[in-house]
Write a protein that binds this ligand. Structure first.
Ligand code: DC
Length: 234
């Protein structure tokens, strides 16, 4: 009897490396570097929530007045521009990097990130970006809600004091004082609480505690995991 024909190989999807974790755990800078090392593109889902927030602020400065429909209407001008190593959010044609990290956007973004239809909108944009090119995506729920079948899932954590110190070092470009770090730690812990419901760790995600790691060490570990997944899927 002739042997049954082997099933046609499934068309492979581009590889997804999903990096999740709380605020200031170093996700975005690590993800950017990992993407460069692997020749993938980086997608920062938090930056997309921030871009939608910036678009909503441009239409109505008082976030208390926003309905979910208003925010979704504002999102129509937000798009992801493909570059060599990343997809960058744009409002129309304008690059908005500085505005995204500003106080007004930071104060209102948690509200926007809690809107279910806005989450669907952001998730759809991130999945579109990943459909045609291998990506490193970072956020809170990339390895769970958005890419449950991602080949590589990482959950980054770090001690809040260390996260606050790193954030201030970046902001001030000098060593922060203990008082400044204590104040920032308090703000970070509050933000963690606000974002708690969206922050999900996939049970199969590799947990990396970066408290005592350099950024180079974090990147090396994730790149090694991704290369191993790429070898296994060949
Ligand atoms: O990582 P970030 O600080 O840039 O994120 C901005 C906001 O978006 C923050 O409130 C958490 C939220 N967020 C989310 O809910 N889900 C994601 N996948 C990414 C960010």
């Amino acid at each position: 009897m002739p042997l049954p024909k082997p099933a046609a190989p499934e068309r492979r999807r581009p590889l997804v490396v999903a990096i999740d974790g709380p605020a200031a755990s170093g996700k975005s800078s690590t993800a950017k570097w990992v993407a460069k090392e692997l020749g993938f593109r980086h997608v920062d889902s938090g930056a997309l929530y921030r871009a939608v927030t910036a678009a909503a602020l441009a239409r109505q400065a008082d976030s208390q007045e926003w309905s979910e429909d208003d925010v979704l209407a504002a999102a129509a001008v937000v798009r992801l521009e493909p570059g060599e190593t990343s997809f960058e959010p744009r409002l129309g044609d304008a690059a908005i990097d500085d505005e995204l990290r500003g106080a007004a956007v930071t104060a209102a973004v948690s509200l926007v990130a809690k809107m279910p239809r806005v989450r669907e909108w952001v998730n759809a944009r991130v999945r579109e970006a990943a459909a045609g090119h291998p990506v490193v995506v970072d956020g809170r729920d990339m390895g769970t809600a958005v890419f449950p079948r991602a080949r590589v899932k990482i959950f980054l954590v770090a001690d809040p004091w260390e996260r606050a110190k790193r954030r201030l070092l970046q902001r001030f470009e000098r060593l922060p004082t203990d008082e400044e770090i204590a104040e920032e730690t308090d703000a970070l812990v509050r933000r963690d609480a606000k974002d708690e419901s969206q922050t999900q760790r996939a049970p199969e995600a590799v947990l990396i505690d970066t408290t005592y790691l350099t950024q180079e060490q974090q990147v090396e570990r994730i790149v090694a995991l991704a290369r191993s997944a790429m070898r296994l899927s060949r």
